[in-house]
Design a protein around this ligand. Structure first.
Ligand code: M6R
Length: 607
């Protein structure tokens, strides 16, 4: 999604603004721009496509100035062209925006009727005109913004520069995140702490409805009612190093290989190794009293929710409803009085999930969240925060955040089971031991990297690929298909193995590889039968299983990938690795943009 940075500085800002945009490239974008203020002028440079194009434009037409704003745009209203790129500007005002102005149409009509001329198809440009009108009427920048913000419906983070003021910027947030950073004689605005990482570690997270005036001396923050407020300054902890690739070719590859460490890190905060118990943060809510839990998420985080449903039901005998966030809120879900709703999100900012969270909160539910960004909006609005410790995830395709989510959810399943009297001490100790084995098992799975790279050419030419899995590995089939689609642009679908014969089998021929995820175990025989159904129709099977499974059913497969033999509880974490690696190597073989696949945004902050 769009990335915003603003600097009120004591040195030239253009290069530093572009640098900040580079750190937000991972969010996904299709055009970029900067605007500086110098000598009573707004100096604006924009380019469609990658940041390199903006750099070329700035080399041709430099933008001088000690103050400026910049933006990477992920198109919502209007094609990804230069004229739709931010900043949007009038004579008086330039601004950048993340989010959607839902009522832009009537606002645009009214502005047009008042004689304002628009140069873009965006929703954002109306805000530039609205602020401009107020400034032209003689209002100060502060009063102009104060007059305009209540007119806007939707979600926004804004950074606004004024032609006649080379000493201040104004920022505002509602629904989309915005942070203030404090430097030595400089102050910054950014979509996240990572954008500001090399500039400062001293950060304020603006709250919903806040707006802020930043100058070289610092920041003045106001709430929705325009009362001046104090928000805490915290150490961001975001380092520039955390968003570098090191020796890896892509962030996604680095993040796949980080999994043993970050999953261990995550588990460390949920397991008491000596006592062999699961420990959760304190909560003022009796988890034993829950009769039902509702889990809501999007994309890969939703597949983590699907796995959790198997675990919560199996171990804790707790009924679970799951839904994708974009559907959940609008189907008028039945929420039990005093129940628990759980939201899973890497970013903690996904607009659909956040809207669902707020819906549940308003309905009186206790809100638990599994999030990777502890300063995110979801983390701040939750009653129970269950953090994953995956570190910044930059690759658009989620990998390490997913396995860390599963680690937390497995611990939560065991905790609920204990609380509900469904798991005794010995069983809890056994679960803890299995979870402790996860990092080693992930390492064993990663050891197949080269072998998987070598088989990528078998999948890369395919137009369609199917993934099959059973039980808690069924969501892994969905996840494998999502990963492949996202970064290699090959059409892929995941199915429950037993569902294959009810329709998808019609697609099978020798050109459609079928990836089967099937650890040996009680249901293995059934999956083998489904594999035979595929093979009987000329289908080519890649079997991902353990040594036992491969010995039993590997013969005649197009390829096999051997996973370590693990307890069924931890299988979904381990089997995530080969599907991630397969998608990664197929994408590399196809030469796609692995870390910033077309059309995708890392954190989707629009509904
Ligand atoms: O930040 P979130 O976990 O809430 O994001 C949810 C989805 O947008 C995300 O998982 C998306 O599907 C990824 N690109 C998957 O790789």
């Amino acid at each position: 999604m769009c990335g915003i940075i603003g600097i009120v500085g004591k040195e030239q800002v253009a290069d530093r603004l572009v640098d900040g945009l580079r750190r937000m490239e991972y969010r996904g974008y299709d055009s970029a721009g900067v605007c500086t203020v110098e000598g009573g002028q707004l100096i604006r440079r924009r380019a469609e496509g990658k940041l390199g194009n903006l750099v070329i434009e700035l080399a041709r037409n430099p933008a001088q100035g000690l103050i400026g704003i910049a933006h990477t745009r992920w198109a919502t209203h209007g094609a990804p062209t230069t004229s739709n790129a931010h900043p949007h500007a009038t004579e008086q005002v330039a601004l950048v925006h993340n989010g959607i102005i839902e009522n832009f149409k009537p606002l645009r009509e009214a502005l047009t009727a008042r004689g304002r001329k628009f140069e873009s198809e965006t929703d954002t440009e109306v805000v530039a005109h609205l602020v401009s009108e107020q400034v032209e009427a003689g209002l100060s920048p502060q009063d102009a913004v104060k007059a305009v913000l209540p007119q806007l419906r939707g979600a926004f983070a804004l950074a606004i520069a004024f032609r006649a003021h080379d000493d201040m910027l104004i920022g505002a947030r509602l629904g989309s995140p915005l942070v203030v950073g404090y430097g030595e004689g400089e102050t910054y605005l950014g979509s996240d702490a990572l954008a500001l990482a090399p500039l400062t570690q001293r950060i304020t997270y603006l709250e919903e409805g806040d707006w802020v005036v930043i100058t070289r001396e610092g920041a003045q923050i106001f709430d929705t009612d325009n009362n001046e407020v104090t928000r805490p300054i915290v150490a961001s902890g975001a380092t520039a190093a955390a968003i570098e690739k090191g020796n890896y070719r892509h962030f996604m590859q680095k993040e796949i290989f980080e999994q043993p460490v970050v999953v261990a890190q995550t588990l460390r905060s949920y397991l008491r190794r000596v006592e062999q118990t699961v420990a959760l943060p304190q909560i003022d809510f009796d988890l034993a009293s829950i009769n039902r839990v509702t889990i809501v998420a999007c994309g890969t985080s939703f597949y983590a929710a699907m796995v959790a449903k198997y675990w919560f039901e199996q171990f804790a005998r707790l009924p679970v409803d799951i839904d994708v966030a974009s559907e959940f809120r609008y189907r008028d879900p039945v929420l039990e009085e005093g129940g628990l709703s759980l939201f899973i999100s890497q970013s903690g900012e996904t607009a659909d999930t956040l809207a669902a969270l707020r819906h549940c909160k308003a309905a009186g539910q206790t809100i638990a969240v599994v999030v990777n960004v502890p300063t995110s909006t979801m983390a701040r609005e939750a009653d129970l925060l269950l953090p994953t410790h995956a570190g910044p995830e930059i690759g658009v395709a989620s990998t390490k955040a997913f396995t860390c989510q599963l680690a937390v959810l497995a611990a939560l399943a065991a905790h609920l089971a204990v609380k509900r009297g469904r798991m005794n001490r010995a069983e809890e100790a056994a679960i803890v031991e299995h979870l402790v084995e996860v990092p080693a098992a992930l390492n064993a799975a990663l050891a197949h990297d080269e072998e998987i790279a070598a088989m990528a050419h078998l999948i890369a030419p395919a137009r369609d690929v199917l993934y099959l899995g059973r039980g808690a590995d069924y969501p892994l089939a969905l996840e494998g298909a999502l990963k492949l689609k996202e970064i290699s642009y090959i059409h892929a679908e995941g199915y429950a193995s037993g569902e294959m014969k009810h329709g998808p089998i019609a697609l099978i021929d020798e050109l459609v590889p079928v990836i089967v995820l099937a650890p040996s175990g009680p249901l293995f025989e059934k999956t083998v039968s489904n594999m035979q159904e595929v093979r009987a129709r000329g289908g080519k099977v890649v079997l991902i299983s353990d040594a036992e499974g491969i010995a039993e059913a590997g013969e005649g497969c197009l390829a096999t990938i051997e996973m370590p033999k693990v307890h069924p509880l931890i299988a979904p974490l381990v089997y995530a690795v080969p599907v991630q690696l397969l998608a990664y190597h197929v994408a590399v073989a196809k030469g796609t943009d692995v870390d910033q696949p077309r059309n995708l945004a890392k954190s989707v902050t629009v509904e």
